[in-house]
Design a protein around this ligand. Structure first.
Ligand code: P6P
Length: 337
């Protein structure tokens, strides 16, 4: 029976019932997180009306200008999550170090990592932006969170999700039993089930990439994207290019419509080839979601969820989307590497 229109709190409690030994702590954690995203949504949606736009004059750990809404989102998440007793540690794209839950608060068995407002460089242009989150179980000894609790393979995630602040605010999440999307009804302040059991098409007709970097891509990526542009009605080519430059928006569209998103390593400096997107709070949670929806995510070298993280803010090449499209990319990658 369809559960469309169910509010997210009821859905989370239903998911909890699938785990008879559940303590309810993950449920409590997700409830606190949902509250924080409603606060962020309120500020993002009125950003054009009050002076929360523009630059704070600060820069984050990656030397990127931090816009006021970035800080607001980051603070909203920390303030909503640090005292619930469900977490031992938090990590954010906006914070250089992972932050243990302060001693004055009870400590829990989960770790939360997030990009508080991804795509924020688009804020002033009213382009959809998003929050991405990843939840792991604590693995270290003792009550205090440690860096090793953050540096876990994506396959061990307990839950992952994102909120997209766009024409409407949507929360999409998984706890390992499929992917469901909820749309915020501002009149009641509730996220209501609007996209039940999301499955991404096995093959799409869209590719998303910043072709401005194409000359700096590896040979496999160049050849693959050229392949997508060739005319072949049997394989549905040429594909259409759709690229917003906001990861959550590009990912969400491809999840629903099918297609492939590529942010490969670029070799502007052959001595320092680098990716741009971060593993722990961008690529890994989206990879968990897309696999739960029937898709796939890879670096080219390995499945995104199998990477052994080494650093909190480590970057990876991200190839993610419809399974057949990612597998075709993999063939090119294997041929040229
Ligand atoms: P580029 C936004 O700054 C972001 O981190 C992601 O949201 C987005 O996918 C990517 O960078 C866009 O990067 O180099 O194409 O502007």
């Amino acid at each position: 029976m369809s559960k469309m229109g169910m509010n997210i709190q009821s859905h989370i409690v239903e998911q909890e019932r699938l785990y008879p030994n559940a303590s309810g702590s993950l449920t409590g954690l997700l409830m606190d997180l949902i509250y924080a995203t409603k606060i962020i949504s309120r500020e993002v949606n009125k950003a054009g009306l009050v002076d929360v736009l523009g630059i704070t004059g600060n820069t984050n750990v990656h030397g990127e200008e931090v816009k006021k809404l970035d800080e607001y989102a980051n603070n909203s998440l920390f303030n909503a999550m640090d005292h619930g007793g469900h977490l031992c540690m938090m990590a954010s794209e906006e914070m250089e170090e992972a932050v243990p839950v302060p001693d004055e608060f009870p400590k829990g068995k989960y770790v939360l990592m997030f990009d508080p407002l991804d795509g924020s460089s688009n804020i002033d242009a009213n382009v959809s932006i998003g929050t991405i989150f990843s939840i792991h179980r604590k693995v270290s000894e003792g009550a205090d969170g440690k860096l090793e609790d953050c540096l876990q393979k994506g396959r061990y995630q307990v839950a992952a999700g994102y909120v997209i602040y766009g024409s409407s605010t949507m929360l999409v999440y998984t706890t390992g039993n499929g992917v469901n999307g909820f749309t915020l009804d501002p009149s009641v302040g509730e996220f209501l089930l609007s996209h039940e059991n999301i499955k991404t098409p096995a093959k799409g007709k869209i590719y998303s990439a910043n072709e401005g970097n194409a000359k700096y891509w590896d040979e496999a990526t160049k050849k693959y994207v050229e392949y997508l542009k060739e005319k072949d009605s049997e394989t549905g080519r040429p594909y259409s290019l759709r690229y917003i430059g906001s990861l959550v928006a590009d990912f969400h569209r491809n999840l629903l419509y099918g297609g492939i998103f590529l942010y490969p390593i670029d070799y502007k400096d052959p001595q320092k080839p680098k990716g741009k997107l971060r593993l722990l709070y961008e690529a890994s949670p989206l990879a968990f979601i897309v696999e739960q929806a029937g898709g796939l995510a890879t670096t080219g070298n390995e499945n995104m969820l199998d990477i052994e993280p080494s650093e909190l803010h480590q970057k990876v090449p991200l190839i993610i989307g419809s399974k057949e499209d990612v597998l075709t990319y993999q063939k090119f990658y294997n041929e040229y590497n």
